[in-house]
Ligand binder design. Structure first.
Ligand code: NAP
Length: 308
């Protein structure tokens, strides 16, 4: 099969850090165009909008949509209507319903839609899933605490409605939890802390359970300075499992059992090529559903204003 002619929309931080190097290294793809209001990618044709790009470059087979989630649906619909396969950065949209609508459209046109969850491809995740499948689990704690000023400086969209606030990183934890636990979980209570001057939360405490009453808790906080935590800790009858550093390192009872270099975005692009070749889609909405449930069931608390 000849390479998939791919294009990128929304040239910002994650495109430069991850998408461009991952596409460049994968022989299944040829990057032929980009659309962004300000950003440009060297060495290819650049356009200001997706409409302009699709009209000018009919050879495009697929588009990666990397703008903030509130602006992704319209672009995805435009791409699917033009007959292109679509890669959605995480979270796949601002609402569950708009992503379901995209899935119907992709299905009706025989196109591939990919709701990407990069953290699921962190090196220790599959080994953690295998460990938890073999052990009786007593308790799970998720601790996702980072410094928003360091990781998201001046990203106004992230604080706007639909930008998810602390759930922007938190949904990465949820994408892992929903993949590695043997049974589906659901939220029983939550507290969301909103800065008084923002429309999205800066912290969230969430309790989940499953059909077997497994206690699962998650602490998301963006006010963490110093040590940053992206850990999932499971107490099991086969030992204490710690999946640390966003899924990169797995240890059991303090012994490091899995520590490999991170390859999340190369794996995402490999998966996208795979579903295009198989003429199928990969859209798991479970992580986004939990975020929606937290907004639906969560208590709201207003806290000090946040200024970048
Ligand atoms: P970003 O740099 O702030 O935004 C990406 C680009 O989207 C912007 O540079 C902007 O380019 C374009 N854009 C289009 N419409 C926009 C609008 N109305 N408001 C603001 N920007 C708009 O964000 P990012 O960090 O790359 O994140 C983009 C997506 O990737 C998010 O969904 C995020 O959750 C996900 N992601 C980010 C990271 C990370 O480490 N940063 C990691 C994994 C996933 P133009 O101005 O040129 O149009």
């Amino acid at each position: 099969m000849s390479p998939i002619n791919i294009s990128i929309v929304g040239v910002g931080k994650i495109v430069r850090d991850q998408h461009l190097p991952s596409i460049a290294k994968n022989a299944d793809y040829k990057l032929i165009a980009a659309a962004s209001r300000h950003g440009v990618v060297d060495g290819i044709d650049n356009f200001k909008s997706i409409e302009e790009m699709l009209a000018a470059v009919p050879a495009i087979d697929a588009v990666s949509l990397c703008m903030p989630p509130q602006f992704r649906y319209a672009a995805a619909r435009t791409a699917l209507e033009a007959g292109k396969h679509v890669f959605l950065e995480k979270p796949p949209g601002a609402t569950l319903s708009e992503v379901a609508d995209l899935q119907s459209l992709a299905d009706s046109r025989g196109l591939s839609l990919f709701a990407s969850w990069h953290s699921r491809y962190a090196p220790g995740v599959e080994a953690a899933k295998a460990f938890l499948a073999s052990a009786k689990i007593n308790d799970v704690k998720v601790i996702w605490k980072e410094d928003v000023r360091h990781w998201h400086p001046n990203q106004d969209w992230i604080w706007a409605a639909g930008g998810l606030g602390v759930f922007d990183p938190g949904i990465n934890a949820l994408s892992i939890v929903t993949h590695i636990l043997p049974n589906p979980v659901f939220i029983t209570s939550a507290t969301l802390e909103f800065p008084e001057n923002r429309d999205a939360p800066i912290a969230a405490s969430i309790n989940f359970t499953d059909a077997n009453k497994l206690p699962v808790s998650a602490e998301f906080d963006w006010r963490q300075t110093g040590h940053q935590s992206w850990d999932i800790v499971a107490e099991t009858e086969a030992g204490l499992m710690v999946l640390a550093e966003g899924g990169a390192k797995l240890s059991i009872d303090g012994k490091l059992v899995h520590d490999e270099p991170e390859q999340e975005y190369p794996a995402l692009y490999a998966r996208f090529a795979e579903i295009i070749k198989a003429k199928t889609s990969d859209v798991d909405l479970a992580p986004l559903r939990h975020v929606a449930d937290a907004f639906m069931l969560g208590r709201r608390k207003f806290v000090d204003a946040f200024h970048d």
